[in-house]
Ligand binder design. Sequence first.
Ligand SMILES: O=C(O)CCC(=O)C(=O)O
Ligand SMILES: [Fe+2]
Length: 628
Amino acid sequence: MSNPYLKVMYSHQIEDLGSKLFHFAKTFQWLISAKDADLDRAETIQKILKSCQEFGFFQAINHGVSECLMNDTMSVFKEFFGMPAEYKENFFSNDPNKSCRLYSSTLNYDKEEVHYWRDNFTHHCHPLEENMQIWPEKPTRYREVVGTYSAEVRKLLLRILDLICEGLGLELGYFGDEASKIQLLSVNHHIPCPDPSLTLGMPEHCDPNLISILHQCDVYGLQAFKDGQWIGVEPLPSAFVVIPGLQLRVISNEKLISPKHRVVTDAKESRTTIGTFLIPSHDFLIEPARALVNENNSPLYRTFKYKEFFSTFTGKIFLVLYQRFTVHFGYADLARSDMEKASNTQATQFFGNLGSFLRKCFFRVLCIGPVPNHIAFIMDGNRRYARKHKLIEGSGHKIGFLALMSILRYCYELGVKYVTIYAFSIENFKRRPEEVQSVMELMQEKIEGLIKEESIVNHYGVRVYFIGNLKLLSRSVRLAAERAMAATAGNSKAVLSICVAYTSTDEIVHAVQESCEEKWDEIRVLDASGAGYGLIGLGGSEMDEREHLIDIADVEKHMYMAVAPDPDILIRTSGETRLSNFLLWQSAHCHLYSPSMLWPEIGFWHLVRAVLDFQRNFVYLEEKKKQV
Ligand SMILES: O=C(O)CCC(=O)C(=O)O
Ligand SMILES: [Fe+2]
């Protein structure tokens, strides 16, 4: 690179140019059969997942796109880049919003101090009819060949996504429609570089989209970062390199990673590669797939719209993803959330076990005093938490659910036999329909999770009751609740009462009505036998009897909450000191505790504090109970 301009503008001083260890590349070529119904399907899926997990991506051969079409397309692009500058100038633009453009270096040309050795031509290609008009007319074959190629590659990508979808255990079509709506063609062209040690063809990056497929020519340049070093990916002109993008990383909750890669330059030969990216529509909500998230696998990312993500796109996309889109738990005991986020590593598992051991030791000491038999929670502050952390609506409830799982674990470890939670009040049905709908969906999903073998409920032998006017729930949620109650009916170590469609006044009215009906039934039986009160023509003393028709014991018997003794402690988060129509009948003698943190922030020490307060007041509370 003798030209001083080039030296200044392109010099990145690359210290490590990476090794050309092609054997690595060979280990991840998997055959994608042209036929989906092929017997090898299950094996192919396993190989794809394994390869993606081990290397980050894979090369597809025997993929069904004809070699002839691939060669034709490559030659069309080589021809395009070889056309006179005056023609190509028509497409040149530094405006990333332009839908068909030629530019140099990266998306940040104007902002970067040092450029990369790359030209790129990019345009949309789906649906074809809507986009083709703005594509180049020269070479004359461009529209026909690139159109056919784009359609074929789209089919292949969707098939690969289906295989990944099946491999991850997601519902069929998860990556269809809006998730992969946009298809972008991105053709890189690198002319020979006088000094490859000075610059790169593309900086290290992860692809920001859902998935990419790359058709390399026969000139080497692509490198992947693995085990701390840059390793060359062998160019196989008839193969496609399939690269999961960052959105796939998020949706798979990191079951798949989006590999870091870069391009080195070549001193002698030009290199052209054809990338095709499938991209979610701008308003598509990206989040860890619900099927992949449970109490043992917390969501590692918050929900976000694709456009929100892409607007933050800079070269340092990886960092951005972590800074802005990971779930920020903000719990008081951050150590716990960190453990939950990365529960797979050995180190965190060690600390997780250590934390659990220390917690159990602490509980042993706490158990020297009276241990509450029943703790009730009003989980207040999920929505405020989402607003406070600028999270998308609904995320607060999801994080709140994780907090609940931790608190339940602590309660059962401490030896608390009954836990009751206020999950959804009858009043809550008055909220916006979309909000009610999304809480109900979350509820159904979590209820279904409860009966899974590995759930906390089965781990601690907890019997689950849903408390409230269940008729107000949608049929699917009600059925899920009934299934969970039936599935846990054999558990006897502890009881979890989940109040849904509940208010205390509704519970009392319902219990009184039930008691009355029961009495009327008794009366009718007695009347029929001729020994009864006989309502018609009641005399004075019989009137007195009617006044005492039902008593407290009758009503209590018919309370939804008859499945548990009265609570010893009632905790309401968010610093609110109201009971909001929760357990009014049952809370006459319980210790109230209302810490200021929002529900998703509740942690171990808040529970300890509540129990210590209860122990301090225990004698007094017991005295009060005796006076009744
Ligand atoms: O040209 C290559 O080999 C890689 C291209 C690439 O990574 C990209 O366009 O995102
Ligand atoms: Fe890339």
